[in-house]
Design a protein around this ligand. Sequence first.
Ligand code: ZN
Ligand code: ZN
Ligand code: ZN
Ligand code: ZN
Length: 264
Amino acid sequence: MNNFKALGEHRNQIVHFAHTGFSGKETEVVIEHWVSWFHLHKLLTNNWADIFTNYIGSIDEIDVKVKLNHNFLKAKFDLIQDEVEIEKNRGNRIVSCTSCGLESAKVLKSHSWGGEDIECLVCDVKDLKLKAIEISIPCSNCNKEVKYFMVKDHKCTECQTELASEYALEKYTEIYQEQDPETRYDDEADPLAYCHKCQIEKQTVLNLEGMWVCVECEDRGWAALDCENCDSFVTGDVEAIRYFACHRCEEEVRKNYVDTWENI
Ligand SMILES: [Zn+2]
Ligand SMILES: [Zn+2]
Ligand SMILES: [Zn+2]
Ligand SMILES: [Zn+2]
């Protein structure tokens, strides 16, 4: 929100020819623009994807244009090398940025499941960097191994075929089944969990590299457990599921609470 507000204010100053602060500061302008687009792009293509699906062509075009400014970021990257060294000497870890790709993102916090909160010293983006999942599956067309979670648009690097999430789910389920003899395949329980993030009515969460990951929305790092209330195997917040409800039965449980209170 702060980014959008700042961008809006500068935009107003520019249209009223009142802007004085930015002359000779092209890099600052580019960076403010870059961060705002980073967040807006995420909203347009994730949270609001259903609404903006018809505009995806235009959104992609803008994305390409913004990315053309990468050379400004590279120049800043070269300029701040001393700062990067200082951060390293302070014991801070510097990793590649999820937005600009430069080795300039400071790790603010590491989560126990492997994800990291980062802040980029070049492009100012703050983001959650998800743990990389390196396990590959064979391409549905040419059979070449594809790191589904790592490649852009899930396209095979050899033949450019886009792998469908249903196909990926099938293949990763096979791997999941093979890799862990103690998986839930041994007993009656559901081996795959329902995802509380995308809430798709299909079991899309499985365990890869010791981490629960949804093949559909790619969210990862949550716990997966059986909801004692509705018997579903689900991801989500452990405490909430244990003491209240999971995303699948939440509505019903809440309604029951209300009914009970009304009858007292
Ligand atoms: Zn960056
Ligand atoms: Zn292929
Ligand atoms: Zn999901
Ligand atoms: Zn439940």
